[in-house]
Each structure stands twice: as structure tokens, then as C-alpha cells.
Design a protein around this ligand. Sequence first.
Ligand SMILES: Cc1ncc(COP(=O)(O)O)c(C=O)c1O
Length: 389
Amino acid sequence: MQQKIDIHDYFSPESFKRIKDLADTQETPFVVIDKAIVAKHYDDLVKGFPIAKVYYAVKANPADELLALLNEKGSNFDIASIYELDKVMAHGVSPDRISFGNTIKKSKDIRYFYDKGVRMFSTDSEADLRNIAKAAPGSKIYVRILTEGSQTADWPLSRKFGCQTDMALDLIIMARDLGLIPYGISFHVGSQQRDIGVWDSAIGKAKVIFERMKEEDGIQLKMINMGGGFPANYITKANSLTTYAEEITRFLEEDFGEDMPEIILEPGRSLVGNAGILVSEVVLISKKSNTAMNRWVFTDVGKFSGLIETMDESIKYPIYVEKNGELEEAVIAGPTCDSADIMYENYMYGLPLNLAIGDRMYWISTGAYTTSYSAVEFNGFPPLKDYYV
Ligand SMILES: Cc1ncc(COP(=O)(O)O)c(C=O)c1O
């Protein structure tokens, strides 16, 4: 059973006070993000990976406040759609700081990016590559490869994206033949990836592709885009970012030594996850029979209003409540009339026996993949609100 958490394991007293002062003035549910934490994570990442360029994965949290902050810090941006592109460019970000990282895209959207000046595209299939050649002639291409790691990532990206090495080789040659610039290889080892060793095998695969392309076809690839996967702090602790950076840099040096390619990182979760607290209120506490051992705690957020990553109980957010005292196991569920709207039923959270209707629940490390996932009107509930301090 999950015991009571210590908020200061996750937030400094100053940061928690900043968030709480704002939270106390607002009606639940909402997320508060401390921008100072995002700024620190960005700086730590740049420090940990001096050889890499950071492309923030906008999908994690597309709020203008964060785009402005990261733009000011000099970040580049990994974009998934024309809508994200417009949002980011409205901040004055030049197109050479943008990459279209989605392998699934319409031809007219590729053209839209091209017309805006973007010249870097990811791909993992022949049909997409041909579309890029037509709609974005002469652009740089990086081919996304499949990697291991779905067992050890809390939010795996599975087989939906990427291709096997043999196909990647063919796509690189085809890119050249279609007049594109075969620029590099990308991968994403799965979000919240706990096994740092997975980067080793992915970098090894990239190395094989670099060598074969050079030796067999005279194509010199120049870049590896290592995607995201770096951790935020949830209930199951992960290694520190410093450890990730040291280990992954070592893998790169072992494989590439003096011939280090350009390295790109696309962090989402690790930049913004830890910066947020989602605040909800207990709507109802009930039991399913007079003798049932577990309470059901229903709160005013759920899977459809920001907590979709609790699907299969994948992401286990630390939950803080202000009451103390004896803990008892509870099922935690959302407010909608949909039975899928249960966040935790197998993994039991211990909540105080004196927790009451109207009490607040503080969902820790909810800065990433919450607001952007929230439904617009399911059961009539409005999208999750967000505030920035
Ligand atoms: C192409 C791409 N890059 C980066 C990310 C961000 O990954 P993370 O949040 O694990 O850092 C994602 C997440 O889905 C992605 O699809």
C-alpha cells in the first residue's frame, strides 16, 4: 500500500508555498506549474548533455507560458502538428529551430511546414518519405528506428513509430534518390524509461546504420535524435538526470568517439512533469457493501480530465493530502459516468481514514501530459485549467 508521501521529497518548501498560495485561491480542479522548476530542469539538461541540442516536445505541455520561457532560454522545438507549429511560431521561434517529429502526417501538412520554412522532418515509411520529397523538396530527413525498452518504460511508445534497421537503410538511400538530405537517425526508447541500458542498444543500432550507409553507399549521416524518455519523479523513483546523462554520454563516446554526430534530445516529461501539481477535491467517499474493506474515493478529476496516463495504472502519481492519521486502502476514481474512469484500483493508495468530502488532493508531478490530454466536454466537464507561477 502506498504510504503518506512527504511533499518535500518532491518540492522545495519555497516552491510548494508558491504553488499552494495560488492553489488556495482557486476552485478545483486545476494544475499549477512552477516555471522556476521547468527552467532548472532545462538548465540541468543542457549542463548534463553539453554535446546535445534540446528540442522541447511541445505535446507534453503546450502552454504559452512554457513556450515563452523555453524560447527565451534558446530551446528548439519538436512539433507534432500544424497547430503546435502555429503556436510555437507565434512566439517568434524561427523555423530552423523546429523539427516536424511526427511520422504520421498529411501531405498538405508537410507543405504547410515547408511553406513556414521548416526543413527537418522525421519519417519511418516509404509513403511518408515520398510525400516529404514532393511537399518539402530538399529537406533534411531523419529516419526513426524501432528500439527495445517497452517492458521498462512506464509509458511505452510501442511499435507504432519507427522501422527495422533494414527498412531504415532503404529509406535513407531512397531519401537521397528523391533529392532529400539523408541527415540522421532518431529513436524514442519509451517515455519514463527506467532502464538506461536501452539507450546503449539504440545508439548501437544507429552506429550500425551510420557505418553501413557510409561504407556501402557513401552516405555520411550527421545526426542522432535520441527522443525523450528521461524521467520525472513519480511513486516509483527513477535514477537522477545526472546518471542518465553520464551513462548515455558514455554509450555515445564508446560508439562514436572522435566522430561524434550532432545529438538532439526531445525531452517532454523530464522538463515539465515535476513542475506541476494538479489539485482536486474529494466529491464522494463510499463503500460497495456494509462489510467492504476498501473505500472508493471519487474526486473531481479523472482519466478524461488530465489523468489519462493512469490508464493501466501506468503512471503512479504521488498523491498528497493534508490530513494525517491512520491510513486505509482506497480505490481512486474520477467524476464521470464512465466506468473506465478509475485511476487506481489494483495499486492501492493509503489515504487517511479521516479524509472527507471536500478535502483537497494534490497530485504531484503532473506538469506533463495532463492539460494537453484533457477532454473538452466529456460529461459536460470543462477542460482542466492551468496556472503558472
Ligand atoms: C517524437 C517524440 N519526441 C519526444 C517525445 C517526448 O518524450 P518524453 O515525454 O518521454 O520526454 C515524444 C513523446 O511522445 C515523442 O513522440
